[in-house]
Design a binder for this molecule. Structure first.
Ligand code: HEC
Length: 165
């Protein structure tokens, strides 16, 4: 009797331990539609829209107003690498295979966007219009183009809101 209880306890304990380990090591459930190409193109479209809005606001003399858009770019940047799982290159995608051959550089390009967008946000929050204008002047090339040039097949026709790269 006693022994059976002990055994049951041991088994239960092991199951609990397994469950705990399982939770700790399993990856969090993937977010999004399950189609990484559609998800990343959606994210990038929103990057394009935010970037267009940033430029329009600066032209209109509203440098402070770009903070919300810069923050959106910084948050999106944190998700970029998650949306490029290995083997997700389909005929609908404009991603280059170099992404997976030079993964650390791709990661660095995403981090670079996160950092630059964070800088732009901070400048806008500080109401430093001169700094915002200076950052925006090179942002398309330095924050977006540095990734598009090596890692994206250039679009065939003019793309609205896409940065020059
Ligand atoms: C770390 C790399 C990286 C950075 C940084 C990056 N992009 Fe992209 N972008 C890509 C790749 C790769 C694609 C192609 C994705 C695909 O088709 O699978 C893309 C696609 C796009 C597209 C086309 C989306 C569509 O409709 O298919 C737009 C617009 C775009 N990016 C805008 C931007 C803007 C604006 C920025 C900067 C604020 C930016 N991207 C920063 C890698 C990047």
């Amino acid at each position: 009797m006693e022994l059976r209880h002990v055994r049951a306890g041991v088994i239960l304990g092991s199951l609990v331990a397994l469950a705990v380990v399982g939770c700790a090591t399993s990856k969090p459930a993937a977010m999004g539609s399950g189609d990484p190409v559609a998800d990343r193109q959606r994210l990038m479209k929103n990057n394009g829209a935010n970037w267009a809005e940033i430029q329009n606001k600066v032209k209109a003399g509203n440098a402070e107003g770009v903070a919300v858009n810069a923050e959106a770019l910084a948050l999106h940047a944190q998700r970029i690498t998650l949306l490029f799982p290995e083997g997700s290159l389909t005929d609908k995608s404009k991603a280059k295979p170099e992404i997976w051959q030079k993964w650390p550089e791709f990661q660095a390009a995403a981090k670079n966007l996160e950092n630059r967008a964070g800088t732009l946000r901070d400048q806008a929050v500080a109401k430093d219009a001169a700094a915002v204008t200076a950052t925006v002047a090179t942002f398309g090339r330095d924050a977006c183009g540095t990734c598009h040039t090596p890692f994206r097949v250039p679009p065939p026709q003019q793309q609205p809101a896409a940065p020059r790269s």
